[in-house]
Design a protein around this ligand. Structure first.
Ligand code: KIV
Length: 273
């Protein structure tokens, strides 16, 4: 994607139309400042509920609230002007019924101005995806490893490696594709399965540890920048910002300790009368 492309904000139908075309580029973003940096380079930004772990040091995404998603969604919208912004619905805010999902999704879209929501789950969420899509809510699905289900899964491990579980994930992807999802995240699944799903379903697939066979890719920004302390094995780091911050802070601390920190008279000196 060209950095110089026109400054119209991309929409869910724009992403949907990219099936089988130029790979879709996406990253998570939770803040206005990272959104500003990422916006020119991606097709969509996800305000992922991974913010609970990445920003807040939570063990899982389960405690994340709708209020947290709205606050960070607003920040990302303020910091961006071009990429589609997708906001995750957090655990407990949509699974109860299609009506609960619509109430949460419409609140998120109204209060953030984002262009779409994402929710986790396959066949069990198909009715909800259809209910939302029929009522003007663009839905990105998410199948394979679904981190909000950690308490029933037991661990964040790759799925779909044996035939039976691959078949379940394929049916999950088919179900939400048929229900009207405009794109589907495939997390931590094998390449043959990602290839089969991508070939079969109409919406584009977005891989995260889901192999290059997908129509696009997403990573957690802090993971690929080397800022996170716990990074899944499949993540390639494109920078090591964590150690760079540590070195800058140490340089600052040593200037302060040695009293060589630059004087600021030009800022604080009283005005001559
Ligand atoms: O919450 C998140 O960041 C996600 C992705 C990484 C797909 O759901």
């Amino acid at each position: 994607m060209s950095v110089q492309s026109a400054a119209r904000r991309l929409t869910a139908p724009d992403i949907r139309a990219r099936k089988g075309g130029e790979p879709i580029v996406s990253l998570t973003s939770y803040h206005a400042h990272t959104a500003r940096l990422v916006d020119p380079h991606v097709d969509f930004m996800l305000v992922g509920d991974s913010l609970g772990m990445v920003m807040h040091g939570m063990e899982t995404t389960v405690p994340v609230t709708v209020e947290m998603m709205i606050l960070q969604g607003q920040a990302v919208m303020r910091g961006s002007s071009r990429a589609l912004v997708v906001v995750d619905l957090p655990f407990g805010s949509y699974e109860g019924s299609p009506q609960q999902a619509f109430a949460t999704a419409s609140k998120v879209l109204k209060e953030t101005g984002a262009g779409a929501i994402k929710l986790e789950g396959g066949r069990r969420m198909a009715e909800t995806v259809r209910f939302l899509a029929d009522r003007g809510v663009p839905v990105m699905g998410h199948v394979g490893l679904t981190p909000q289900a950690i308490n029933t899964l037991g661990s964040f491990k790759a799925l779909g490696r044996d035939e039976a579980s691959a078949e379940l994930i394929l049916n999950d992807a088919r179900a939400i594709a048929d229900a009207g999802a405009f794109a589907i995240v495939l997390e931590a699944i094998s390449e043959p399965l990602a290839r089969q799903i991508t070939a079969e379903v109409a919406p584009p697939t977005i891989g995260i540890g889901g192999s290059p066979a997908c129509d696009g890719q997403i990573l957690v920004l802090e993971d690929m920048l080397g800022l996170s302390d716990r990074v899944p094995r499949f993540v390639k780091k494109f920078a090591e910002i964590g150690p760079a911050i540590g070195a800058a802070v140490e340089a600052y601390a040593s200037e302060v300790r040695s009293r060589s920190f630059p004087a600021a008279e030009h800022v604080y000196a009283p005005k001559k009368v």
